[in-house]
Write a protein that binds this ligand. Structure first.
Ligand code: PLP
Length: 447
């Protein structure tokens, strides 16, 4: 009997009681290798001694001080650290408690920027289908995950919607990657024009799409094209790196590999690595200065912004990543993960695509490789894979609705940066077995 409104109201999840390094242990003593860091959160694994020590020290010194009265040494130090490693020109930081809050703050900062520079007619956002930006109403509005939006749609802002960058599904037969990219960019420009570009506040996109479609990596030139379009029309670019950022793809920020600097960027999960709830918005002075010189006040705020405990955890996590040179390790382990996934699943009759970057990989399941037909959504293949994986002592992050919010299944992998070569091999072996076991559990006529 539980009084918690759990994610499912019909069942209570297994009880986690302890965690160490790559593993979480439940009340029955079963150990699970954490190959998804929860939802791409636990970048340093569990119970990292440096982070625990930093938390103890911060609790002894200053656990909380409200930001309307005080700043704190630790939040200033974290902001300095983030700015020192941010894309050039992103030198302003706003702290919040998670990804959705970061997106809300980014949307409101963008809107207030235009109000302060005398363009209050900009009221609309353009965002992509098959994206996830969070579950609060503003973030859910820009998000393009139909399944999550459906019942709340009447409460949401109207948003201009364009296609995701999803070459496996959407690049036409005979169409080059460059031509596909240009087609997507033309669609975005068409959307700006249809809404009247002077009414658009920002284009919002995950640099690498995470949970909704499983590690969709942009095609070369896509984000540079987006940046150029935004510049042409005076529209801001908001990069959502809540999941793909903070080292997950092998560089601290995924946009570094795209060669663009957004105007606003949200970060969260890997920022604090799960040790505390924390998120942040990074912004350029170009966005913030008009607010500073104008009203002088970002009209926003929550009780826990800049929380010293959260900032202490995040600062320790980021210092360990730097000290232990974990970003090159993400690249190396990521390359191994891709190679082993390809060896184990590359010819699998029900694996259509293996994609991703760094330690952020997606495996898309298909009923038929040639036609790319999906399994019937009612079969809940993704849920079966999750269950079989857990039975085998493996935590992965599968999801359905990969293509349109209803059809398609994928598995997302986001192991901690501390994963050893042996851990990676074990993850792939257990995942391969879990996929086979899930497929074997399907009823006979399975399409
Ligand atoms: N943006 C992206 C890309 C995410 O993946 C998520 C969460 O999965 C969010 C925003 C929302 O973050 P949170 O769950 O911390 O509110």
């Amino acid at each position: 009997m539980s009084h918690i409104i759990h994610r499912s109201l019909r069942s209570v999840p297994r009880m986690a009681v302890s965690a160490q390094g790559m593993h979480i242990t439940d009340r029955e003593g079963k150990s699970y290798i954490d190959a998804s860091g929860g939802a791409a959160v636990s970048c340093l694994g569990h119970a990292h001694p440096d982070v625990i020590a930093a938390l103890h020290a911060q609790a002894d010194r200053l656990a909380y001080a409200h930001t309307s009265f005080f700043t704190s040494e630790v939040s200033e130090a974290l902001a300095d650290h983030l700015v020192a490693h941010a894309p050039s020109g992103m030198d302003q930081v706003y702290f919040v408690s998670g990804g959705s809050e970061a997106m809300e703050a980014a949307l409101k900062l963008a809107r207030q920027h235009f109000v302060e520079i005398g363009q209050p007619q900009r009221t609309m956002f353009v965002a992509r289908r098959q994206s996830y930006h969070g579950n609060t109403l503003g973030a859910l509005s820009v998000g393009g995950n139909e399944w999550r939006r459906q019942q709340f749609a009447p409460l949401l802002m109207e948003v201009g919607r364009v296609a995701p960058c999803y070459p496996y599904r959407d690049r036409a037969e005979g169409e080059s990657e460059a031509a596909y990219t240009q087609r997507l960019l033309a669609e975005i420009e068409g959307q700006f024009q249809a809404m009247s570009p002077k009414r658009v506040i920002a284009f919002v996109a995950e640099t690498v799409v995470g949970a909704t479609s499983g590690a969709l990596v942009p095609t070369p030139g896509y984000f540079q094209g987006v940046r150029a379009l935004c510049d042409r029309y005076g529209i801001l670019l908001i990069a959502d790196e809540v999941m793909c950022g903070m080292g997950r793809t092998g560089t601290l920020h995924a946009v570094e590999q795209e060669g663009v600097v957004p105007d606003l960027m949200t970060i969260a999960k890997g920022l604090g690595g799960g040790y505390q709830p924390i998120g942040a918005v990074l912004a350029t002075s170009r966005v913030i200065d008009p607010i500073r010189k104008g009203s002088g006040l970002f009209q926003h705020g929550h009780t826990y912004i800049g929380h010293p405990m959260a900032c202490a955890a995040a600062l320790a996590v980021q210092q360990v990543i730097q000290r232990d040179r974990l970003l090159p390790q993400v690249m190396a382990r990521g390359a191994r993960l891709r190679r082993l996934l390809t060896e184990r699943l590359g010819r699998h009759p029900h694996v259509g695509d293996i994609r991703g970057r760094g330690l952020f990989m997606g495996v898309e399941l298909v009923q038929d490789r040639a036609s790319k037909a999906t399994f019937a959504p009612e079969l809940q293949l993704h849920a079966r894979i999750k269950a079989k994986a857990m039975d085998a002592g493996l935590l992965v992050y599968p999801m359905g609705g990969t293509i349109d919010g209803r059809s398609g299944d994928h598995v997302l992998l986001a192991p901690p940066f501390i994963a050893s070569e042996a851990d990676i091999a074990q993850i792939v072996e257990r995942l391969g077995d879990a996929i086979d076991a899930a497929l074997a559990s399907l009823p006979e006529a399975r399409s």
